[in-house]
Design a protein around this ligand. Structure first.
Ligand SMILES: Nc1ncnc2c1ncn2[C@@H]1O[C@H](COP(=O)(O)OP(=O)(O)OP(=O)(O)O)[C@@H](O)[C@H]1O
Ligand SMILES: [Mg+2]
Length: 244
């Protein structure tokens, strides 16, 4: 059974169809790339999957449950985690406290009432930071991190609650080529426990880390297949050589 099954998803903004009958299937243990020109609906699709907004039509099933209109916190508890296109770390807090907050926001209120202690969460926080090369920056303010490190911190925050599916919207935006390469290296090991949908404009980056790709164009699925199949699809080549 697929971990995520999106069927016939539509999202309208007034007369504009940002998503127009999108199907998307993601299996556990796979890295799935979402590509397409600006305005093709990539962020709109991720937001609908995470519950940041509701679709106009279609269904979203996650881990066997229909979550089409479930609120974001319920999806998060089922194991969905999203990092938006815009950076959301709190610069005035320490790197450590940013991950602590992410975990506390995810934990059930009842758990928080039982134990608010930082000590209980410390191993999980340090593990999340360690995975993204931030353990020795734990006490620094998040605002002191480089742009690339802030992106890594956000991914660490999204992964700390141990989701089954992580959604990343352009996580390497503004990164140097070297930071981008390292990001691929840091993401690879999470495949053992977590599937990934990643939006990226850099085709070389996405080809290196993804098993499958879905191409969106004007809110529709233009192609879906293995990275090799998509790379050799003439319609995709046309979009990428003439419009991106
Ligand atoms: N809140 C909104 N209200 C109205 N229109 C919107 C809204 N959000 C997105 N759109 C429109 O929906 C379409 C899809 O936008 P979306 O942000 O999903 O594209 P994208 O593929 O993520 O683009 P990019 O690569 O530039 O990030 C665009 O035409 C956009 O202008
Ligand atoms: Mg976008």
């Amino acid at each position: 059974m697929a971990l995520l099954d999106v069927t016939g998803l539509t999202k309208s903004y007034g007369p504009l169809r940002a998503l127009d009958g999108v199907d998307l299937t993601v299996r556990a243990g796979t890295f799935h790339g979402l590509i397409g020109p600006n305005g093709s609906g990539k962020s709109t699709l991720l937001k609908a999957i995470a519950g940041a907004h509701f679709p106009t039509g279609g269904t979203i099933r996650f881990d066997g449950a229909d979550v089409t209109t479930a609120p974001p916190f319920q999806r998060a508890r089922l194991g969905l985690s999203l990092k938006f296109q815009i950076t959301a770390v709190l610069p005035e807090l320490s790197v450590y406290d940013n991950v602590l907050l992410a975990l506390q926001a995810h934990d059930r209120t009842i758990d928080l009432l039982r134990s608010r202690s930082r000590a209980r969460l410390a191993p999980r926080i340090m593990d999340a930071l360690d995975r993204f090369r931030l353990a020795d920056r734990a006490d620094d303010l998040a605002g002191e991190l480089s742009h690339g490190e802030q992106q890594w911190l956000e991914i660490a925050m999204a992964l700390a609650p141990e989701p089954k599916l992580l959604l990343l919207d352009e996580p390497t935006g503004g990164m140097s080529p070297e930071e981008r390469r390292v990001t691929g290296e840091l993401l690879a090991p999470i495949k053992a426990s977590c599937a990934l949908i990643i939006v990226e404009h850099d085709l070389d980056f996405i080809k290196n880390i993804c098993d499958r790709l879905t191409v969106l164009d004007q809110g529709r699925v233009l192609g879906d297949g293995t990275t090799d199949e998509i790379e050799n699809d003439p319609r995709v080549r046309e979009i990428y050589t003439s419009r991106v």
